[in-house]
Design a protein around this ligand. Sequence first.
Ligand code: NAP
Length: 298
Amino acid sequence: MNIIDGKAFAEKIREKVKSQVKILKQNHNIVPGLAVVLVGEDPASKVYVKNKGIQTKNVGMNSFEYKLDEKVDETKLLDLVKKLNDDPNVHGILCQLPLPKHLNEDMIINTIKPDKDVDGFHISNVGLLNTGQKSMVPCTPLGCLMLLREFVGNLEGKKATVIGRSNIVGKPMFNLLLSENCTVTVVHSKTKNIEEICINSDILVAAVGRPNFVKSSWVKPGSVIIDVGINRISIEENGETKAKLVGDVDFENCSKVANGITPVPGGVGPMTISCLLANTLVACCRSNNIKEPQELTL
Ligand code: NAP
């Protein structure tokens, strides 16, 4: 069994982004800029936004952060997005999800200019990906695909199963694996006999949001598992209750059967931010008619 080290691979991507940012500055006097909009006080979102800001600056890009009140008026948020659409120093725009319930998430995402939609959630980018055209690819599935390409190599003809059909992970993952010529099955909460489907899969991508959902008896010997899940559980240690981060896969037992598996933490998570930086760089190159670095995109 091999642990697929997403943390190390994500670091390599950030290094590549950093050197490309340097070249852009030297040769074209352009600094890529990422604008992140945070609405409200959700603790997890605040941590994500803070990390994104730090890593954006670390690779030499400009980071613009906008923090809006929980009760912000929808028009005010839309006006901000439109302002960022028109700002030539901003090449990527991201609205941290989830947004408070009174805001129309779809409308806000679809107001972002598709070329600046570095999360790849705009309906135009969804359609482009779906039809196999050049698009902004959602960061988490992009990170999963990069790990699979690195670890497995050619994916053609592989049987892949994606557990979960969300718009941000499951569905784009299906499309990406299909464009790699995998034979892909998507399973969800209404699927019958999930384990029978999983056991025949060369590649298993779990994006469910349930700790230890994938059992070792579901895993084909020699297969590769990408665990997207991030679940916070409580464990008892030395009489104390502690919080622990786990994925959707029973790592301890599945790792004995699979050939490769991503850990949680240290697998897909770090890839997501690195792919966000890669997408921002790509968006900047495209908007300036500069050839985008092939190794950082699809
Ligand atoms: P989501 O929107 O809640 O979707 C979960 C999917 O799992 C749904 O399609 C759901 O099926 C399916 N599901 C739930 N219970 C199931 C069951 N018992 N059997 C089979 N399928 C079941 O979640 P998400 O946004 O895709 O995220 C999934 C996980 O990935 C979460 O833990 C999240 O925190 C994590 N995540 C990690 C990253 C990262 O950077 N590493 C990024 C995004 C998400 P239905 O459609 O039928 O309800």
